[in-house]
Ligand binder design. Structure first.
Ligand SMILES: Cc1ncc(COP(=O)(O)O)c(C=O)c1O
Length: 365
């Protein structure tokens, strides 16, 4: 029988949750609340939905391949992000089928068999999957107080290191690394190592010391790749579209491996419209801030530990088994994510969803 490559065998497959409708059918309940995947509970921008409908109304376009260069979306991104002394060009962008795809492409572009990539643990699981899939070695460095230990990560760089992955804010802990520690880290990164800064939750970060990587390391011409997404604050997770920003040479390297039509037409239209809907973005961030305050208050009242977040989810270290709490919440129609033996992560939802979570939590404890 055919056997997978050894490097592929090392990878634990991602286990997706069941569709909510199926869960409801199995449990005989309705109105489940899904707080497991850090989606935007406010939904997509109505402008994005209108753009999708407009595109569909020209139904003959569905038989055409999408624009493989994402020309208009790159144009919109460069206009949006240029300014304050920075002149971005469409050549500084790469679009992916979710930023997830860009993690895969960047690993395949720069990491060969036996090469190393440094990353934190726990952090976004795709970094190690992408590296291991191509026979690379994932050097995982433990968090310190739930945050990336950038000094230990710099110590972990060897002559074999090609990439350092940093999630800022981090998933699953929601923590950030501030500007001063980032500056100190960047000074220690040797030539020939690419720093991938995954800013999937950037829009939610409100700490004044959150690093402005675009106007610092990118502007200085450093070897970095900034990754952002339309899946979170922009509410377009189903469309699968994210983007990378880097100097042109890096984008050109990655484009060699990019599948020619990796961004479908609906995603491109929706993302472009969403970029232009500042009011929806502000509203989404506002809902998150309100939900965060409510959850902090309730969790504190229950005497539960949580890690203050700069993202749209909260990491909770528990004094009990996370899977049994997950099951108990699930039976009450609330889906969270167990992210460790004694840790759960809960996405900040709409007010009604957060209340339902707290009620279910009270019954479970
Ligand atoms: C830190 C981080 N990076 C990247 C992603 C991938 O997002 P997408 O592929 O939807 O753009 C996620 C999704 O949960 C994430 O948490």
């Amino acid at each position: 029988m055919i056997k997978p490559l050894e490097c592929v065998k090392q990878i634990k497959p991602y286990v997706p949750g069941k569709p909510v409708k199926e869960l409801e059918r199995e449990l005989g309940i309705s109105g489940c609340v899904k707080l497991a995947s850090n989606e935007n509970p406010a939904g997509p921008s109505p402008k994005a939905v209108a753009a999708i409908n407009d595109f569909l109304s020209q139904s003959s376009e569905l038989c055409r391949y999408p624009d493989g260069s994402s020309y208009y979306l790159k144009q919109a991104l460069s206009e949006k992000l240029s300014g304050r002394g920075l002149d971005l060009d469409p050549g500084n962008f790469i679009l992916g089928n979710g930023s997830n795809e860009l993690l895969d492409i960047v690993a395949r572009t720069y990491v060969g068999p036996g090469d190393e990539a440094v990353m934190a643990t726990p952090s976004f699981v795709v970094y190690s999957m992408a590296v291991k899939a191509i026979g690379g070695v994932a050097r995982e460095v433990g968090l310190t107080e739930y945050r990336h230990d950038l000094s230990a990560m710099a110590d972990a760089i060897t002559t074999k290191t090609k990439i350092v992955f940093i999630a800022n804010p981090n998933n699953p802990t929601g923590t950030i690394n501030r500007k001063a520690e980032f500056d100190a880290f960047m000074k220690r990164v040797p030539d020939g190592v690419l720093v991938v800064i995954d800013e999937a939750y950037l829009e939610y970060a409100s700490d004044p010391e959150y690093p402005d990587t675009l106007h610092s390391y990118f502007a200085e011409g450093r070897d970095i790749l900034l990754l952002r997404t339309f899946s979170k604050a922009y509410g377009l997770a189903a469309m699968r579209i994210g983007y990378g920003i880097a100097k042109k040479e890096i984008i050109e390297d990655m484009n060699r491996l990019r599948e020619p039509f990796n961004n479908n037409s609906l995603a491109q239209e929706a993302a472009r419209a969403a970029l232009g809907d500042e009011a929806h973005l502000r509203n989404s961030i506002g809902i998150n801030e309100e939900g965060k305050k409510y959850l902090y208050k309730e969790l504190s009242a229950l005497g539960l530990k949580y890690v203050p977040t700069e993202a749209n989810f909260i990491y909770m270290p528990l004094d009990r088994d996370s899977n049994s709490l997950f099951d108990s919440l699930l039976k009450q129609g609330v889906i969270v994510r167990p992210v460790g033996p004694k840790e759960i992560r809960v996405t900040i939802g709409l007010d009604s969803e957060n209340r339902r979570f707290i009620e279910a939590l009270k019954k479970s404890l």
